[in-house]
Design a binder for this molecule. Structure first.
Ligand code: ADP
Length: 468
């Protein structure tokens, strides 16, 4: 059986609190009762001591004390639960309060028993007598017997006081339990609510609803991280979905035009509508070539995809590699009157351990893009820097630039900025995905800084690798 987190927290914490309250209440009431009993016994001893002192004084003052001399003391003792008996010797008893007040004495003992049993239902008490010899300065006067209900006796007031204390402890425990119950309920709700929202949101994401996001904020760091992660997950999946949609639109768009063109031309030729001329064959050839290039591009993309890529690493001079690339692009750039500059910083050792062909393809793609998206008479600058254990290649152009919201999308497969299509620049949205795959395979990074209408800068960071 699955229990909700909130219920689990409430049940767990309230049980724990209840156990703690019970332990606390039992311990404190036991300690209190123990001390109270000691206090009651101490009081009885003090009382007995007082009676003995009084009896001694009476013996000392009165040469021959009589029954009347002890009567008041006996009555006062009876009030406090003690039965006084004074003897000179075995055959000569001066006073015995249980004989003077037989009914009151037995009633008093009975009352003591009842009072104690009302506090301790199974209390094992009994009638007790204690004897004391009365003497002063070595002179023997007689002896006193004091009877009471023992080993412990409570007056009515003691029992009431004890009950009040027990009730207070019980009430305090109850109030504490209610308050902590409310606090636990509040905390459990506060803790479980965002978690159940996250879990509900994860379910929605699983069902393909990526758009929403969790709005609530949590003061618990881990929970806030969880909320942020699930929101980011939804956002990323939504982006991926958009990219996939865009990809299929791009695919069909890129393929539809040449295929329709080839089909209608061939149909026209077949039906004799179009004459088979060299120009028509040339145009058909260029359309088929375009389709073939696109398929080759997709092949290359698959080849460099992170799961498939195999790096043939070797040591080579990256400065030379860039120089060669720049040289091979020079005539192309000249046709458009674009100035291509390679700015080499003073790096003494430009050796890198990487896949030479793939790095060449990376630099080539960036230079090709800079060429495609820069107007005539523009300027493209490629720089090479070395920082610590990595090389940084930057390709800067003053071309058309990329809108901010498009910048993170252009590295996705088959993603083309709408405007580049409008401008009818040839391309399939594959080049930068290949670049990204190559860079990732080398454990590097690729990023872009761009401003629409101003230009773009592509920044690649590649580790130097272990030079062997
Ligand atoms: P494409 O074949 O369309 O050039 P890429 O993957 O190389 O595909 O580039 C993706 C998109 O990024 C392009 O459609 C283009 O809009 C944009 N882009 C790439 N490089 C640049 C650049 N240097 N300047 C402006 N836009 C660029």
């Amino acid at each position: 059986m699955k229990i909700k987190l909130k219920h689990k927290l409430i049940f767990g914490y309230t049980t724990l609190i209840l156990i703690l309250i019970v332990i606390l209440a039992v311990t404190s009431s036991n300690v209190f009762i123990k001390n109270f009993n000691e206090y009651v016994n101490h009081n009885r001893e003090k009382e007995i001591e007082y009676i003995l002192n009084q009896v001694t004084t009476i013996f000392v003052v009165e040469e021959e004390p009589s029954y009347e001399d002890f009567y008041d003391l006996g009555v006062a003792a009876l009030d406090k639960g003690l039965i006084l008996m004074v003897n000179i010797d075995l055959s000569n008893q001066l006073i015995c309060m249980s004989d003077v007040f037989p009914n009151e004495s037995s009633e008093m003992l009975l009352k003591m028993e009842e009072t104690l049993e009302s506090v301790y239902p199974h209390f094992q008490g009994e009638y007790k007598e204690e004897q004391y010899v009365i003497e002063n300065d070595g002179v023997y006067y007689g002896y006193v017997t004091i009877a009471y209900y023992g080993p412990l006796y409570y007056t009515e007031f003691d029992a009431l006081f004890l009950k009040a204390v027990k009730n207070t402890i019980l009430l305090t425990g109850l109030i504490f339990f209610i308050i902590s119950g409310v606090v636990v309920y509040f905390l459990a709700t506060k803790l479980s609510e965002p978690i159940s929202k996250v879990s509900k949101r994860a379910e929605e994401i699983g069902m393909g609803n990526y758009k929403e996001s969790i709005k609530i904020q949590s003061s618990t760091e881990e929970i806030q991280n969880l909320i942020n992660s699930i929101n980011t997950l939804g956002k990323n999946l939504d982006n991926q979905q958009q990219i996939k949609k865009q990809m299929s639109v791009n695919y069909t768009h890129e393929l539809r035009t040449p295929i329709t063109c080839v089909l209608t031309t061939i149909e026209g030729m077949k039906d004799g509508v179009f004459e088979i001329t060299d120009e028509r064959l040339e145009s058909l050839y260029s359309e088929v070539e375009r389709i073939s290039k696109m398929v080759a591009g997709v092949d290359k993309l698959v080849e460099t995809s992170v799961d498939e890529i195999v790096l043939q690493k070797e040591n080579f001079d990256i400065k030379c590699l860039i120089e060669n690339c720049v040289n091979s692009f020079e005539s192309l750039y000249e046709n458009k009157n674009i100035k291509l500059v390679f700015k080499k910083s003073e790096i003494t050792d430009c050796t890198i351990n990487a896949d030479k062909e793939k790095i060449k393809s990376l630099v080539g793609n960036l230079l090709s893009n800079a060429f495609k998206y820069t107007d005539n008479s523009g300027k493209v600058e490629i720089t090479l820097e070395a920082i610590k254990n990595k090389f940084i290649i930057k390709v800067l152009d003053n071309g058309i630039g990329i809108e901010e919201e498009e910048q993170e999308l252009i590295f996705e497969q088959l993603y083309r900025v709408e405007k580049s299509r409008v401008r009818e620049v040839e391309g399939f949205g594959i080049g930068l995905s290949i670049c990204k795959n190559i860079v990732l395979a080398h454990k590097g990074t690729i990023s872009v800084k761009s401003k629409l209408g101003v230009g773009s800068e592509f920044i690649v960071e590649i580790p130097k690798g272990e030079i062997v």
